[in-house]
Design a protein around this ligand. Structure first.
Ligand SMILES: *Cc1c(COP(=O)(O)O)cnc(C)c1O
Length: 392
């Protein structure tokens, strides 16, 4: 099929919920994608932080194929090997105690919210169900996670939303304290706000939030759907901050491209969601878990160090171009934001870059880069030279 046919078919039969860029993608290799006509694109998006190992990764594909041939799904009424092994690795590498597997980021956050409310219900009874989240956050598209998201634009159309969320300004401990009360059970945050514009939280702030949570017996919930699984140069971003959240959600990169998510919980929270309180049919699917194991095989501590170095290289490279439309860069590892100066809009810049062979994301008012973690220096250089030629 040609690009035009694919676009026409999509527009005719798929609901128009997405503002798509005018590119059809047919196949990929490493951090390069190709349209059906063979045109090459350098990928600084990895499917919004999902394809950590890039495209056409052979060991990953073989692990998926082998598991698919052996056993695709039997439900959580039975025991299977790959999710158990993946959970063990995640716990041992983070210091958390146990995992619940789900299928997408919003769904994982729903589980995290349920866990926090039940923890409090079990201990204190009804009435302690409010979760404080941060302004400018993003937590998902379900009715509850839309309301957890601290941006008014998401609190529209779909009334009534789930009750029990209040919002505090990021990096402002006094504002968090001002939202406190007898009704609070948890604080939920992204350590680097992703959709909000790649905004890392301050170390001191995060440590103070952890201390405040411990003092109040509020659970500290980290939404690591975007920052998790190596993206920031640590397996989870909380490891950069020297904290151990009570519950951590993950999704996007966990299985390198297959739909999988989950939450990690510490010992204190192990038994909160007992039999019958939470479930999902597909969660911990053996094929997705085999893919997750293949991702973990690659994400050694050495590899994570390289992710840091690549992030530094890319950020320095962008700043060295000194482009008229770009201000400062920020971020952690290969999660990079670029400020867009007044007079330019991020969507226009993205369109121009894509037209010239570089796929890139926007976030908040700026640009966002989430390249595959396996991106090579040569691929980064190619992307930088497209930026220079397009935007100079
Ligand atoms: C992408 C994202 C979500 C939502 O994940 P879905 O898989 O789209 O449901 C939630 N939180 C954060 C921080 C995200 O980046």
């Amino acid at each position: 099929m040609t690009s035009e046919t694919i676009k026409d078919l999509t527009q005719s039969y798929i609901m128009g919920t997405y503002g798509r860029f005018p590119v059809a993608v047919d196949r990929g290799e490493g951090a390069r994608l190709y349209d059906p006509e063979g045109r090459e694109y350098i990928d600084f998006t990895s499917g919004i932080g999902v394809t950590a190992l890039g495209y056409g990764n052979q060991p990953w594909a073989e692990a998926v194929a082998e598991q698919a041939k052996k056993l695709v799904h039997v439900s959580n009424l039975f025991y299977t090997e790959t999710p158990a092994r993946l959970a063990e690795i995640l716990c041992k590498r983070t210091g958390e105690s146990c995992v619940f597997f789900a299928n997408g980021g919003g769904e994982a956050n729903e589980g995290m919210i349920k866990l926090a409310r039940k923890y409090s219900f079990d201990k204190y009874g009804q009435g302690r169900s409010t979760i404080i989240t941060l302004k400018n956050s993003f937590h998902g598209r379900t009715i509850t996670t839309l309301k957890a998201t601290g941006q008014d634009v998401f609190h529209n159309f779909f009334f009534p939303f789930t009750e029990g969320f209040r919002y505090a300004a990021a990096n402002d401990l006094e504002d968090l304290k001002a939202q406190a009360g007898d009704d609070v059970c948890a604080v939920m945050l992204e350590l680097v706000q992703g959709e909000g514009g790649v905004l890392p939280l301050d170390q001191d702030y995060v440590r103070a939030v952890e201390a405040l949570c411990a003092e109040q017996d509020w659970l500290l919930l980290a939404d690591e759907v975007q920052t998790g699984v190596g993206r920031t140069g640590a397996l989870f971003a909380f490891q950069h901050y020297g904290i151990l959240p009570d519950v951590v959600s993950f999704a996007k990169g966990i299985a390198g491209g297959l739909p999988m998510s989950g939450i990690l919980a510490n010992e204190k929270c192990r038994n909160v969601l007992g039999p019958g309180t939470h479930a999902t049919t597909f969660g911990g699917n053996p094929v997705c878990a085999a893919a997750g194991l293949a991702v973990q095989e690659v994400l050694s501590d050495e590899f994570l160090k390289e992710v840091q170095e690549k992030g530094d290289y890319l950020r320095k490279g962008i700043e060295a171009l000194d482009l008229p439309c770009f201000g400062k860069t920020r971020g952690l590892g290969l999660m990079i934001g670029i400020e867009v100066k007044e007079g330019w809009t991020n969507r226009d810049i993205a369109n121009q870059l894509i037209e010239n062979g570089l796929l890139i994301l926007t976030a908040g008012p700026g640009m966002r880069l989430l390249p595959p973690l396996v991106i090579t220096k040569e691929e980064m250089d190619k992307g930088l030279s497209i930026m220079a030629e397009t935007l100079r």
